[in-house]
Write a protein that binds this ligand. Structure first.
Ligand code: FE2
Ligand code: FE2
Length: 195
């Protein structure tokens, strides 16, 4: 019977999966940027594309640090998320609704990465691969910042603009709800306007 794999083998598998995922994202992010109407959203995708290229390089450093050759392993998870993003981009949505959908697609990818980096950092720390953990943490920090930036763009205007187009009769009230209004207070207003 062959020797069973260890956590270190699983760790290398996950790093190879992430390396492939990051490379797939360097090809997908330009398409999201190109489809975005909001210039801030386009810039967010473009700047995360630059960061993503840096993630690929940092993962190469991780392989080097572990004495492993640089190798990817097809990441089905991110491929599926990218595939869903492509389907959305083929839909005929008005511009702000499309921007909201692009944010949704982008955040799915970020959350996948955040989950994956969280795991490999914890495993690296548990196995004493301190330098690898440090490099992976830098990537994770940038994923979290990118995710927060997308939330800020969605909640700072894009969702409300798209909602105003979806429900033009409630436009005044939705705009009046202002930037900081919580979803529940907007929902209460909607209920009032209907009741
Ligand atoms: Fe990344
Ligand atoms: Fe990312």
């Amino acid at each position: 019977m062959p020797d069973a794999g260890t956590l270190h083998d699983a760790f290398l598998d996950e790093i190879r999966d992430l390396y492939d995922a990051e490379k797939q994202l360097t090809k997908a992010l330009p398409k999201l940027a190109k489809t975005a109407t909001s210039s801030k959203l386009r810039e967010a995708f473009e700047s995360h594309l630059e960061e993503t290229r840096g993630h690929v390089e940092r993962l190469e450093e991780v392989f080097e640090n572990l004495g492993e050759k640089v190798r990817g392993k097809h990441c089905d998870g991110i491929a599926g998320i990218i595939e869903e993003g492509k389907s959305i981009m083929e839909e005929d949505f008005e511009e702000t609704a499309m921007d909201a959908c692009l944010i949704a697609a982008g955040q799915r990818a970020e959350h996948y990465e955040i989950g994956a980096y969280g795991t490999v950092i914890a495993w690296a720390q548990a196995m004493g691969h301190t330098e690898a953990a440090r490099l992976l943490q830098q990537n994770l920090n940038e994923e979290k910042a990118a995710d927060r930036k997308l939330s800020a763009l969605a909640e700072g205007g894009i969702n409300q603009q798209a909602a105003a187009i979806a429900h033009p009769d409630e436009e005044g009230e939705l705009v009046g709800a202002g930037k900081g209004a919580s979803r529940s207070s907007a929902a209460r207003r909607q209920t009032r306007s209907r009741g």
